[in-house]
Write a protein that binds this ligand. Sequence first.
Ligand SMILES: C[S@@+](CC[C@H](N)C(=O)[O-])C[C@H]1O[C@@H](n2cnc3c(N)ncnc32)[C@H](O)[C@@H]1O
Length: 134
Amino acid sequence: MGCGCGLVGLLIAKAVKGVQLVGVDSHSRAIEAANLNAQTLGVGAEMILADSGTPARMDGTFDVFVGNPPYYSDYRIADVFLETAKRALKPGGVCYTVCKNAAGLEPVQKRYFPEVEIIRRRSYAVLKSVKQEA
Ligand SMILES: C[S@@+](CC[C@H](N)C(=O)[O-])C[C@H]1O[C@@H](n2cnc3c(N)ncnc32)[C@H](O)[C@@H]1O
């Protein structure tokens, strides 16, 4: 989610066989760039223009959610990202968000997922959560 030019999802789809990629962004130019990059890399993907996450028909269907939510708006956009992650993932599915400041994002992620593991990578933090089984 917040796929921008699609880089993160496209690299995953290149690295992992059989991935069905869906990208979401609220900016039409991002979706245009993501579609162009998917085409250039030969990756089949559905890129969706939306500002409130994946459509309801996709709820509970994803194994993995990835995103680096914007920091501005006092984490209100991060909240939309994480609400989508919880709704879109299957039970047992994994949510990864990435940010510079884990202290800011962790409490938001904890509103949706009780457990948040923080994985440090250079100057970034990856926040990993697993959606609980029903
Ligand atoms: C930090 S950038 C992520 C860039 C992306 N990882 C890339 O490789 O290009 C955050 C992205 O979130 C998008 N965004 C902001 N608000 C959004 C919303 N409500 N729903 C979906 N995407 C949103 C922005 O348009 C931007 O592309």
